[in-house]
Design a protein around this ligand. Structure first.
Ligand code: UDP
Length: 327
């Protein structure tokens, strides 16, 4: 069985990737420091606890498993935290990835699928974004991800490393079988916070900004189902295995929903009222982030199946009701 090293395999997206990798005939080997991930989420292959900063540990894991490729998810990913502590983001995300890339090259493991973000584009005045859009990250989170993209290109030129880079839009939903799902502490994302408000776990959902220049005054985002997203990663792996060149792909549904539209769907799907309070704008929020690219569809043959709002919220609600990592 072919091994794939999955950094951050105990996190939200990484755990879903492990499930789909296992289903596709690979053995996912999770490398995770469990700083934000969950040992209980590692269900589809071994867990090797370790930090990206620990080069000796990385070398030992590469030597033990001889993976055919790396899927690199491990990162800090909260914009608010990145604004408060940029050094943390540069050290953990950028320096950590440098260690990983050097360890992979030393081990002769030259295929990498990398988890980047639409935050590399910054706020571009409401235009739809494709892979050629200008790069202008607004914070150390987006900037550190962009730096890693550049690192991958540099190591590609010199060492033959090939990378499929995915720039995610807003990842949502959960495994429809609810074996894994979203579980952040603290939670900062719209849909899980909305479900907690619906469930009475928090008094209300704050709507950050109601005076934006959008039809209903709230921000617009492009939500993509986590299962569709990780499906693209397996296609990326196969692209590299077939000898494909390094390539960047946006991963979004191409459809934008406002915060109010998400709330309306949340109420309809759960059949319960959503307690809401209007709140000031959140620092660093772009008005509208929507992918205008079909490159992943055309070139990878990606076919998202669950990235409509109703399915994403329904799957997230099923996971929420089951409770994180029980049973
Ligand atoms: N949002 C909100 N209330 C919340 C959390 C998020 O109104 O409690 C809004 C946020 O301003 C953004 C959208 O929901 O417009 C999605 O935010 P999220 O944090 O889920 O993802 P981001 O777009 O920041 O990656």
């Amino acid at each position: 069985m072919k091994h794939v090293l999955v950094t951050g395999g105990a996190g939200y997206i990484g755990a879903h990737a492990c499930k789909v990798l296992a289903r596709s005939g690979y053995l996912p080997v999770t490398y995770d420091n469990l700083s934000t991930g969950w040992a209980e989420a590692v269900k589809f292959g071994p867990l090797e606890r370790g930090d990206l900063a620990d080069r000796a540990r990385l070398d030992a894991v590469f030597a033990a498993y001889r993976p055919v490729a790396v899927m690199h998810f491990a990162a800090l990913s909260q914009v608010g935290q990145a604004m408060a502590e940029p050094g943390l983001y540069w050290r953990n995300n950028a320096c950590g990835s440098l260690n990983l890339i050097e360890a992979a090259v030393a081990a002769g493991c030259l295929d990498m699928v990398f988890s980047s973000t639409c935050a590399v584009y910054g706020d571009q005045d409401g235009v739809t974004l494709d892979e050629q859009s200008a790069i202008a990250p607004l914070n150390a989170y987006g900037a550190s991800k962009r730096a890693i993209e550049t690192m991958l290109a540099d190591f590609g030129a010199t060492h033959g490393l090939r990378a499929v880079i995915f720039r995610y839009f807003n990842v949502a939903g959960a495994d429809p079988e609810a074996e894994v799902g979203e579980c952040h502490v603290p939670e900062t994302h719209l849909i899980p916070l909305m479900l907690e408000a619906i469930d009475g776990k928090r008094p209300a959902l704050s709507v950050f900004g109601t005076d934006y220049d959008t039809p209903d005054g709230t921000c617009i985002r492009d939500y993509v189902h986590v299962m569709d997203l990780v499906g693209a990663h397996v296609l990326g792996l196969k692209w590299l295995a077939a000898g494909g060149a390094s390539r960047v792909f946006n991963l979004g549904s191409g459809t934008g929903y406002s915060v109010r539209e998400v709330i309306e769907q949340g109420g309809a799907i759960t059949g319960r009222p959503v307690p809401v309070t209007d709140a000031p704008r959140r620092a660093g929020d772009a008005v509208r982030l929507v992918s205008g690219s079909d490159r992943a569809l055309r070139e990878l043959g990606w076919r998202p199946e669950r990235s409509d709002l109703e399915t994403m919220i329904s799957d997230a609600w099923r996971w929420y009701q089951r409770g994180p990592y029980v049973g």
